[in-house]
Design a protein around this ligand. Sequence first.
Ligand code: DAT
Ligand code: MG
Length: 169
Amino acid sequence: MEKKAIQQTLVLIKPDGLKKSLTGNVLTRLSETKLDIVASKIVKVSRELAEEHYALLKDKPFFPDLIKYLMGEYHKKKVMALVYWGEDAIDKVRKICGATNPEEADSTSIRGAYGRITTKGVYENVIHASTNMEEAEREIKLWFQPDDIISDFYSSKVVKETVERRVWA
Ligand code: DAT
Ligand code: MG
């Protein structure tokens, strides 16, 4: 039997998921995969981050609304970002997420169970998951710094710099 690849994938619980208190339900569904969570945080998404995350879709007619949605302008201004790691992680997570269009997604999938399309045509599909290894690497490096992740799957380096940063007062 072919050995399945060990992969990492970025998951976002989008603002509709947080607003509707679906975090627990979504994490429970994802735990069916038996994958490891190796990073997680709550993020207030800037326009820059949202536009970079969905950079490949910038020419789509729905792009402006998609950016507003990810920034939380229709719900709460927060997203939960996680990295899942393990055998065949990308496909396992995508399968539980379901199809992009929540009306077409299998009703037992996360998007099928909890997603909707608004009357304005915005796909509120609760969750993001990377679709392939290149996308996963780009997205994980966009949302997380090396020290945020407890596993070393991408190479990193130590740099000395003097930057202003906020510390506890
Ligand atoms: P996915 O999130 O399944 O990877 P995608 O990368 O093609 O799908 O699109 C990113 C997001 O853009 C998707 O989660 C919801 C939104 N979207 C995609 N197609 C859309 C459409 N036809 N109308 C409105 N929103 C759409
Ligand atoms: Mg995608």
